[in-house]
Write a protein of this length. Sequence first.
Lengths: 114, 112
Amino acid sequence: KAGVTQTPRYLIKTRGQQVTLSCSPISGHRSVSWYQQTPGQGLQFLFEYFSETQRNKGNFPGRFSGRQFSNSRSEMNVSTLELGDSALYLCASSPTRLSEETQYFGPGTRLLVL
Amino acid sequence: AQSVTQPDIHITVSEGASLELRCNYSYGATPYLFWYVQSPGQGLQLLLKYFSGDTLVQGIKGFEAEFKRSQSSFNLRKPSVHWSDAAEYFCAVGAGADKLIFGTGTRLQVFP
């Protein structure tokens, strides 16, 4: 089975712009989670989707949003980018939910905001 | 509040030496515990997990971890470290059904 894929792998944006990141989960997985990784804050949970519904959300401002499509692919969007949004954004998928299954991570999208 | 503590930011060992990475968690309910490894520029790879049952868990690459409820710990061990084990290691607890809370990570350096 192919693993979790994320596109693009690298991205450079300027402050004020918006960005959309994409995640394709492992085939058959219906839960997709997003995490932000920075040197200062470490790995922080953004949100989780299951069957096109957001089930859980972390403590991030409303500029961070996401969605999931019927094929389980997910996108996250960050509007009005700030320098502090520079990070590695990781996507993870699992069959149903974390309490029953393991999350498998993609390679991440590295976003640099100038 | 739920949290994970990895007290060692950086550990250096010689190749062939044994390794123990510490992890303590704070979580009210029965925890789901994980260890992930991250190589530079890469995503996270699952080493092992504890959901229930036997408290000594075997993982990939010769790693094992022991869940100790009385100490709220889930330490990662390996009897003999290889140079390819140099990476950053993250302990995580499953908080509720749908999200992971990570520790700050331990960077492992291996000397030949």
